[in-house]
Design a protein around this ligand. Structure first.
Ligand code: SF4
Ligand code: SF4
Length: 478
């Protein structure tokens, strides 16, 4: 054996009570270290290169020689040690992208919205009547493009987005009828999802969504004082009272799927725990997820660095409650933490931050193809048009650029396979370039993932059945 060296970017050690865990970065997997592996890593941490005589001097007579060799071989297989001087493999070599396994299509039903939320990022937002509405033919072409690009999938998803999607219900009803007939002829299922501000819901609509098993997410920002700060009508009135009334009605009659809530955190709105308590415990949403605004066009709404730290501190306190519930076998319904647990549990080695541009595309009202719903109506160039087809070379070039981590700050980051450089739209909003990673709160994110690894380990050690019941398959229960 020549000398060996530690490949630091591939491992991260986490202490959980008495146990020391190794978070294996390339696969986002966890291993518990025994005394031998712990000492071996300590030896490698102490010196840049380790030789066979040094290993013998440290372990002979204390551990079985066969066990030492076996553990070193495992470390080499995991690429956490490598021959000194060799080019250690840190990232998976990006391959040319020539297939787009598209299973989710987002339809921008109307650029108009009946509200005028102060922080809205949509560059083309207007009132419902002035808005551009998607034509039925465009919606059908979008669905056919998805089927053409990615035939023979078991499950497809059609997402209705806006503006406010409820302002174009005639289109949504026709598209659902089309899909139910079309997908019945294939051996595939189709599901429908929608994010809405809820203000236009009524009992008839709720029952119709229930019948078609829509996955519904309501945009709501917390108790009245917080919600009304930004989520206002065109005339400037707060919308909390009407949204609360609609949510009560919705949750009392909707039973086909759990209803989630999406909270936007902006400057001055950072109390994650109070917001969660209200939306989850008082109103009864099945899951509440938080989206911090850090790089919007209107900089006065972006969270400051101190506020971002406050948000992550609140997320960790709420994450602690999630952990306590999980140890008792309950899923608390804290969406961000549940997603992190799912990522770690599934050993996600994400090379890309999300499905946008690969498994998911968004179509604007005129048929232009965008990376995701947040880009529709933006200045980002389109990736083709649903009548003429997907611009695969342009999309492949974008995805390949993001896959290549060479000389980015992500190359050796310990959470590179969970964060994967962050949301494209954040990069676009912050730097005007969706291809570069968004580095603006990396330390907080790393700390959040470390917290998640510790929580995951405790659940795994003390109540592993939680994952079977609530994570695989992903499930909600109150
Ligand atoms: S954006 Fe930051 S936290 Fe995310 S992978 Fe890159 S360096 Fe790590
Ligand atoms: S690019 Fe950002 S906003 Fe779009 S789907 Fe991905 S994570 Fe979400």
């Amino acid at each position: 054996m020549g000398s060996l060296t530690l490949v630091k970017p591939n491992l991260h050690l986490v202490d959980v009570a008495e146990r020391q865990m190794l978070f294996h970065v390339p696969t986002s997997s966890l291993f518990e270290l025994d005394d031998l592996s712990r000492e071996l890593i300590e030896l490698f941490e102490d010196q840049p290169e380790v030789t066979a005589p040094q290993i013998r001097a440290r372990f002979d007579g204390r551990f079985d020689a066969g066990d030492v060799v076996e553990t070193l071989e495992e470390f080499k297989t995991l690429k956490i040690v490598a021959d000194a001087g060799s080019k250690a493999q840190i990232n998976i070599e990006p391959k040319p992208v020539n297939q787009f396994p598209l299973t989710t299509i987002v339809l921008n039903t109307n650029t108009g919205c009946n509200l005028s939320c102060t922080y809205c990022y949509k560059e083309d937002l207007t009132t419902p009547s002035a808005g551009d509405k998607m034509e039925y033919d465009t919606a059908v072409q979008s669905i056919e493009m998805m089927l053409k690009e990615s035939p023979d999938q078991r499950q497809y998803n059609v997402v209705f987005f806006g503006g406010e999607p409820l302002t174009n219900m005639p289109l949504i009803r026709k598209v659902v009828a089309y899909c139910e007939e079309r997908f019945a002829t294939l051996e595939s299922d189709v599901s429908f999802t929608m994010t809405t501000n809820a203000t236009m819901l009524n009992e008839e609509l709720v029952d119709w969504f229930n019948e078609h098993r829509f996955g519904l997410t309501i945009s709501m920002d917390g108790p009245k004082a917080m919600h009304d700060k930004n989520r206002i009508t065109v005339g400037g009135q707060g919308t909390y009272d009407v949204v609360k009334q609609k949510v009560n009605m919705l949750l009392s009659r909707y039973d086909s799927r759990p209803v989630g809530c999406r909270v936007t955190l902006t400057r001055g709105i950072t109390d994650v725990e109070a917001i969660f308590d209200h939306l989850y415990h008082d109103l009864g949403f099945a899951e509440v997820g938080f989206g911090p605004v850090t790089s919007g066009d209107i900089t006065s709404f972006n969270l400051t660095a101190d506020e971002m730290a406050e948000v992550f501190a609140g997320m960790k306190r709420l994450g602690q409650k999630y952990l306590e519930a999980a140890l008792e076998g309950r899923n608390l319904g804290f969406g961000n933490m549940h997603m992190l647990m799912t990522d770690i549990h599934e050993g996600n080695k994400k090379q890309l931050p999300c499905g946008a541009g690969v498994g998911l595309l968004a179509v604007d009202t005129k048929g232009g193809i965008n990376l995701c719903h947040r880009f529709t109506g933006s200045e980002q160039p389109l990736f083709g048009d649903v009548s003429e087809g997907l611009d695969k070379p342009a999309l492949a070039e974008f995805v390949e650029t993001r896959l290549d981590r060479t000389e980015t700050g992500c190359e050796t980051c310990r959470i590179r396979n969970i964060c994967s450089g962050g949301c494209y739209h954040e990069s676009y909003a912050k730097y005007g370039d969706a291809t570069v990673p968004s580095y603006h709160y990396c330390d907080l994110l790393r700390d959040w993932v470390d917290f998640g690894v510790q929580a995951y380990t405790r659940i795994m050690l003390e109540n592993p059945g939680f994952f079977e019941a609530h994570v695989t398959p992903r499930a909600f229960s109150r």
